[in-house]
Design a binder for this molecule. Structure first.
Ligand SMILES: *Cc1c(COP(=O)(O)O)cnc(C)c1O
Length: 498
């Protein structure tokens, strides 16, 4: 399988696409075609372990990896000592016609683990295949969740290291503690005296600096990125859509071949794009419901065909979905443009220069045949948490609740009775204060520190607190580095011994 850029250029192998991350012309790598999976193959997955299901899907795309290499990678990534549920991505019943796909059983309690536990193994293998003998050094700027997931994924993976920059006053106490207590002998965490944009700009500058590349090279290191636009993060996400469908068939809840809807809490459009890829490979998906919070740029896009960033940015209770430019949408645009890279390039230039573009009515209708966009604000989100807890005895986090609320709207409007999988992206304990407010009212969390909120949530819900949350207050702090925004390159070099 070869890979092309969404903006028309290059033809690379899977391992090259993973190693490079972004194409030279600024586009995203896309597979030359979508390999078909038959309904018989899907049904057979019902009897397989999760790592085995991953092997079945990954081998279709990663043609320059041997099945043996992929098998070792997925076995290491989705192992019982990293995930606290043997199913890895368990599917749980919510109500008569709805199931929850729980993607938060990994080390950092959010769905990013599904990809970031595997990516480091794919990165190390890709380096080897391309004759890269230097250590692959990952640099990440984080506003919270991605940093910890990347650190946990790359921790102690041979041939790699991971350095995370976070804004000194821009992450929550729990997020900071999660990062600075990370173990492993190849992890580095540096606080930047600035905001998230400063950290992100600094990392981008390091990536484009020949001088910094030479300094790293002199130390036997080459830079790489673990960004969500990397194909190596997308392909592991395709797996759990097949997995969920296979589970429904195996339980007799769905006849193999009949359509199932998926409702996905969306930010950068990576998770739901993987569902679209599964659909293109033949998975019987009826509708893909794209759920946004108050930052509803995608809701408007699916409605009007116009993507516009001329709008206010809101901080919400589902912070991982607070985003105005959803980078992975470019891969859907490529398909909407009938794979015309020049057209995608035009839209992306319009977005950069004018802040908006329009795909036109025909393409909008084409997208609407599969996608439905909706949004929910913070009030609706907290109400949904309360409703699901009292009616269905299910405790969900704020991101999942956005999707659940949007699913309610979709069903009211469409009368679509197809069975639907609600994709759950974070453990409720990751957002314990807001979840507690949702089930018991704001007065119950007032004055409580984050750990007390978790204790109270456990007491009221009866759902056990994950071990990672319980252990956090007692872990030793292992990373204390700080730097000025102008000084990030020197700070990285200091981590590597000057
Ligand atoms: C990253 C994230 C999302 C958004 O996923 P995208 O792939 O960016 O659309 C949703 N929920 C949680 C908890 C996340 O961490």
């Amino acid at each position: 399988m070869s890979f092309f850029s969404t903006r028309g250029g290059s033809c690379v192998t899977a391992s090259q696409a993973i190693l490079r991350g972004l194409a030279q012309d600024g586009g995203l790598y896309v597979p030359a075609m979508f390999p078909p999976v038959s309904s018989g193959d899907v049904a057979a997955m019902g009897q397989m372990s999760y790592p085995r299901r991953a092997l079945e899907i990954l081998k279709l795309y990663l043609e320059d990896f041997s099945p043996r290499e992929i098998e070792e990678a997925v076995t290491a990534a989705y192992s019982p000592d990293r995930f606290d549920d043997p199913a890895i991505a368990p599917l749980k019943p919510l109500d008569e016609n709805t199931w929850v796909l729980e993607l938060f059983h990994g080390p950092t309690l959010a769905f990013k683990d599904m990809a970031l536990q595997l990516l480091p193994h794919l990165t190390a293998l890709s380096a080897r295949k391309n004759g890269e003998n230097r250590e692959v050094s990952i640099l990440v700027a984080t506003s919270g969740d991605t940093g910890k997931a990347a650190l946990e994924g790359f921790r102690d993976v041979p041939g790699t290291s991971c350095t995370v920059f976070y804004p000194l006053d821009g992450v929550s106490d729990v997020q900071r503690l999660q990062m600075v207590t990370t173990g492993g002998n190849n992890t580095h965490v540096i606080a930047v005296k600035g905001n998230f944009d400063d950290a992100q700009t600094g990392v981008k500058e390091l990536f484009s600096s020949p001088e910094f590349a030479a300094q790293m090279d002199a130390r036997g290191k080459v830079l790489s990125s673990a960004n969500s636009i990397n194909f190596g993060r997308l392909v592991p996400q395709v797996v759990y859509y097949f997995s969920a469908y296979a589970d429904l068939v195996a339980r007799g809840a769905v006849v193999c071949g009949n359509p199932v809807n998926f409702c996905v809490p969306t930010g950068n459009f990576g998770n739901i794009l993987a569902a679209y890829y599964a659909h293109q490979m033949g998975l019987p998906i009826g509708k893909l419901i794209c759920a946004s919070n108050r930052n509803n740029v995608l809701t408007d896009f699916f409605q009007s065909g116009i993507y516009s960033t001329h709008r206010l940015f809101f901080k919400t209770k589902s912070p991982s979905m607070d985003i105005l430019v959803s980078s992975n949408l470019e891969r859907l645009l490529f398909e909407a443009a009938d794979r015309d890279g020049e057209l995608v390039k035009t839209w992306m230039h319009l977005l950069k220069d004018c802040g908006s573009y329009s795909v036109g009515d025909q393409r909008r209708e084409w997208m609407a045949s599969l996608f439905w966009g909706g949004c929910a604000d913070d009030l609706a989100t907290l109400q949904e948490i309360g409703l699901r807890f009292s009616q269905d005895h299910y405790l969900m986090d704020t991101h999942t609740a956005v999707a659940s609320s949007v699913l309610r709207q979709y069903r009211l409007e469409s009368h679509d009775a197809a069975p639907t999988v609600l994709v759950s992206t974070a453990s409720p304990y990751k957002f314990a204060r807001d979840v507690l407010t949702g089930i018991a009212g704001a007065e119950c969390s007032e004055g409580l520190d984050p750990f007390a909120c978790s204790e109270e949530l456990q007491r009221r819900s009866g759902i056990p607190m994950p071990a990672q949350v319980r252990a956090l207050p007692d872990l030793p702090i292992r990373h204390r580095a700080e730097c000025e925004t102008a000084d990030m390159g020197a700070a990285v070099l200091r981590e590597f011994g000057g």
